[in-house]
Write a protein that binds this ligand. Structure first.
Ligand SMILES: Cc1ncc(COP(=O)(O)O)c(C=O)c1O
Ligand SMILES: N[C@@H](CCOP(=O)(O)O)C(=O)O
Length: 468
């Protein structure tokens, strides 16, 4: 399997090349040259497999020759062995048609663990084989950071610097990142918002000498391996609900568009997902796009679902490339204009193709609190604010076909956002016992302005200290 950049100017490469490159050199994102497809019989044969086996089977075509089937199978087994639920990604039924796909049973209590526990192991394998070391730079609005840190801590060949927006994550999220006593991990609180952090990360990748000097790698969903490893849980849910003989819809609380893109990739592989509901908080660029082809960036507004406080969704570029019939020149042109003008000129035909499958819904903080409260009162279910955006979106945009179940991505554990959950329900969800002392642990992080030279200097010093 080879991978191409959405902007057409970077050299194609194999899975391992894409894993280590992260962002393509032309600023684009990698996608497989062609989509592997399973027949209905092949999907049926996957029903009932343990999650780690399902993941290995579905990832096999993406990985190609970079790993043997045995290596991949051992890696997925190991990656999910420590999850806190035997099903790894259990489904909870919330009403006759709406199901929560719980993606928060991993070590850091958010869906990022499903991909990053595997990506950490993929890094180890590739680096040992090549005898290389990498510097991971990542931007987080709260959850990617701790999942990446947990996946890469204490590795001799990996240094990690995670940028989070100062004061804009929940306290639990911040402490999960800043209290890890591993020499290869560093945290930066950037005086800005998540988009500033993401821009700084992309700017480091665009600085070719720095990128080469540091051998930069990515843990954000700009890295194709992240998206690939998020596909199997949609398959697990759909198969459990009767796919491929019964289609489903998904509702995904969305920020950087990586998670819903993984669901769309599952559809490209032949899984019958008929509708994609994109939930946003008041940072509603995607809802505005889907309602009226208005993809215009606005300043980020802090909300009760901080992980989705994102103005520009990186992975939309991957969908755009597909909507444009894989026209890389057109994709590059539109992305350049978006960067310069703050408004993405998506051709009407491409927008119509998007709306044929995707629906958007935005919910403000008051609506989020009401949804958390209602879920608790009516189903006894404690949802975190991001999941609540997803369930509210599922209800508001419930597909007309009454036989279609809706799978809501339950993306974080409620204990990561105890203040909002307590406000809505009166119940303060406790952290798991292994994290019970989180508030007593010492924090380590530096604060920097959103200044590329300052951030690159910090990354260089961190990497040199660990290498030497
Ligand atoms: C808890 C939670 N929900 C939803 C999202 C949005 O997911 P995505 O960025 O893949 O759209 C994030 C951040 O990625 C998150 O951490
Ligand atoms: N919500 C994310 C933001 C980064 O998204 P990613 O999927 O591109 O890593 C977070 O929690 O950090």
């Amino acid at each position: 399997m080879r991978y191409l950049s959405t902007r057409g100017q970077a050299a194609p490469r194999d899975f391992e090349g894409v894993l280590l490159a992260g962002l393509a050199e032309d600023g684009g994102l990698f996608l497989p040259e062609s989509w592997p497809e399973l027949s209905p019989a092949e999907w049926r044969a996957l029903r009932g497999l343990p999650y780690h086996e399902l993941a290995a089977r579905l990832l096999r075509p993406f990985v190609g020759d970079s790993l043997t089937a045995g290596e991949l199978g051992a890696m997925t087994r190991d990656a999910y062995a420590g999850f806190g639920h035997p099903a790894v990604v259990p489904l909870a039924q919330l009403d006759t048609r709406i199901f929560a796909l719980e993606l928060f049973h991993g070590p850091t209590l958010a869906f990022k663990d499903l991909a990053l526990q595997l990506v950490g192991r993929l890094f180890d394998h590739a680096l040992a084989r090549r005898g290389e070391r990498i510097t991971v730079v990542g931007a987080t609005s709260g959850d990617t950071g701790s999942a990446a840190i947990e996946a890469c801590r204490d590795r001799a060949a990996i240094d990690v610097v995670i940028l989070h927006p100062e004061g804009r994550t929940s306290e639990v999220q911040r402490r999960q990142m800043t209290t890890v006593p591993a020499a290869n991990i560093a945290n930066l609180a950037i005086q800005g918002d998540f988009d500033d952090c993401q821009d700084l990360v992309k700017a480091m990748f665009a600085d070719a000498p720095f990128r080469a000097e540091m051998n930069l790698a990515a843990v954000n969903s700009i890295n194709w391996a992240r998206i690939a490893a998020q596909i199997p849980y949609y398959a697990a849910a759909a198969l459990a609900l009767g796919a491929p003989d019964r289609p489903v819809a998904v509702s995904v609380p969305t920020g950087n568009f990586g998670n819903v893109l993984a669901a769309w990739a599952a559809r490209r592989m032949g899984l019958p997902i008929e509708r994609f509901i994109v939930g946003s908080n008041r940072n509603d660029i995607l809802a505005r796009f889907l309602a009226a082809n208005d993809m215009s960036a606005r300043p980020v507004d802090p909300s009760l679902s901080p992980s989705m406080d994102i103005a520009v969704s990186s992975n939309f570029e991957r969908l755009l490339f597909e909507l444009l019939g894989r026209d890389a020149a057109a994709t590059a042109d539109i992305m350049t204009r978006f960067r310069a003008e703050g408004r993405m000129p998506v051709p009407d035909a491409a927008w119509r193709r998007a709306t044929a499958l995707f629906d958007g819904f935005a919910l403000d903080d008051q609506g989020t609190l009401e949804e958390i409260g209602q879920l608790y009162r009516e189903c006894g279910y404690l949802a975190d604010p991001h999941t609540a955006v997803g369930t509210a979106a599922a209800r508001a945009r419930l597909p007309a076909d009454p036989s279609l179940p809706v799978v809501v991505a339950a993306t974080a554990h409620p204990a990561k956002f105890p203040d909002a959950v307590e406000r809505a329900t009166g119940v303060r969800p406790p952290l798991p016992p292994r994290m019970a002392d989180l508030y007593g642990r010492e924090e380590r992080f530096s604060v920097l302005p959103r200044d590329l030279a300052a951030v690159e200097g910090f990354v260089r010093r961190h990497a040199r200290r660990n290498a030497g």
